[in-house]
Design a protein around this ligand. Structure first.
Ligand code: SAM
Length: 388
């Protein structure tokens, strides 16, 4: 690999990686970059990838240098295909590169990598997922607020909430932990719009909600004291890619904090068997979208492999004894609606199957609302320190 502040050539992947804010004074200042690009363009065979996932800004001299390389390829390398990869988080890039490739031949293309980048994306980014997040947020926070100091959250911290959904956690941290700043990032526009609306309505000014991909964050290295990512590694098919970014943006000595579930182990009494069947099936329906709702106990392994130290894992068990029964029942009903209307229907399950699912959810509702019943939802909280 050869390097430049904004351009790297990865020979193995045949990929030119352009990143950051590349603003050369003039054409002469693009000399080194041109050398790297030209040597890539003349050496590779088959396909050259131009990765602009993190290219925040570019000025005219820089753009001309890039254009010169593309024109050179058009004239001299008719055997070569070029794919420019852009992100929806940087809207100017797609527009600008599409105009450019219209002038070039059929060997050039632009791809927005995060249009369909994980299997369950459409389901999770749909506005119909918002009620699920709303109902969950309330009951989790009541337990979670007590464990956060043990995982390193203290006042005056710079906090990131990656995959923040509708921003409930970020807002509660802003209310109760006096952070310096809280930045929430998510890839679901409806959820972010909701988060921004609430933060504005509740005058929570230390909050910022940003659209982006957690596997390619446009946030600087070592920027945050506390980096949270809740119930999200379990829905993304490559959790290690998100975790790598969480560690990157955490400062040395800061902590990365995760929560994830073992959904199939939701339990209740009476009707324990009906409940167990329903949650095992529901977990499988999520699994069909490559979501792993059993990710909780795997966190320690992933965090260790990501280089985190002093890892702490503890149960965040929500039961009908520590959680308001009516609120818990609302959560279960939101799961039921989502599992049946979105997941089972899309998986082509018949009415008898859906009815059996409903019976298990109804039994779970009874177990958490009846005075003699007992029901629960096992979640796991984990945090690890970034070595200094
Ligand atoms: C189950 S929700 C959890 C939301 C929130 N953390 C909470 O606890 O309520 C998972 C969230 O992760 C987001 N997400 C998944 N993959 C993402 C990615 N690669 N980049 C950014 N957000 C992502 C989804 O859009 C969704 O809002």
């Amino acid at each position: 690999m050869s390097a430049h502040p904004h351009i790297t050539f990865d020979e193995q992947r045949q990929e030119l990686i352009l990143a950051g804010t590349w603003l050369p004074r003039d054409s002469a200042a693009t000399f080194t970059a041109r050398n790297i690009m030209n040597s890539a363009a003349s050496s590779v065979r088959g396909m050259l990838y131009i990765n602009c996932k993190r290219l925040l800004r570019i000025n005219s001299p820089a753009f001309s240098a890039l254009l010169d390389m593309l024109c050179w390829i058009e004239e001299n390398r008719s055997d070569l295909h070029v794919k420019i990869i852009v992100s929806s988080a940087i809207p100017w890039a797609e527009k600008r590169f599409r105009v450019v490739i219209q002038m070039l031949g059929k060997n050039f293309s632009v791809e927005q990598y995060d249009k369909q980048f994980y299997p369950g994306q459409a389901a999770v980014e749909d506005a119909s997922f918002i009620p699920v997040l709303q109902t969950q947020a309330k009951i989790i926070w009541e337990q979670e607020r007590h464990i956060l100091p043990r995982h390193g959250l203290t006042p005056q911290m710079k906090v990131a909430d990656i995959c923040c959904g509708i921003g409930s956690f970020a807002m509660q941290v802003a209310r109760h932990f006096a952070p310096k700043t809280v930045v929430g990032v998510d890839h679901a526009q409806p959820a972010l719009a909701y988060a921004r609306h609430l933060a504005h309505e509740f005058c929570l000014s230390s909050l910022e909600f940003i659209y982006g991909d957690a596997t390619n964050l446009l946030l600087a290295d070592n920027r945050f004291d506390f980096v949270a990512c809740r119930l999200a590694l379990q829905i993304f098919d490559k959790p290690e890619n998100i975790l790598r970014e969480l560690v990157r943006i955490c400062r040395p000595g800061g902590r990365v904090y995760l929560i994830n579930e073992t959904y199939s182990r939701c339990f209740g009494y009476p009707s324990a068997e009906a409940i167990a069947w329903t949650y095992q099936e529901a977990s499988g329906l999520y699994g069909a979208l490559s979501m792993d709702l059993e990710f909780g106990p795997k966190m320690r392994c992933y965090m260790t492999e990501a280089g985190l130290k002093n890892i702490q894992v503890e149960p965040l068990m929500l039961t009908s004894c520590n959680t308001n029964g009516a609120d818990f029942a609302d959560v279960i009903r939101s799961w039921e609606a989502y599992a049946i209307n979105q997941l089972a229907k899309n998986a082509g399950k018949d009415e008898a199957y859906c009815q059996r699912l409903r019976e298990g959810f109804a039994a779970h509702v009874r177990s958490v609302t009846h005075e003699k019943g007992f029901g629960g939802w096992p979640i796991w909280a984990a945090s690890g320190c970034k070595p200094g």
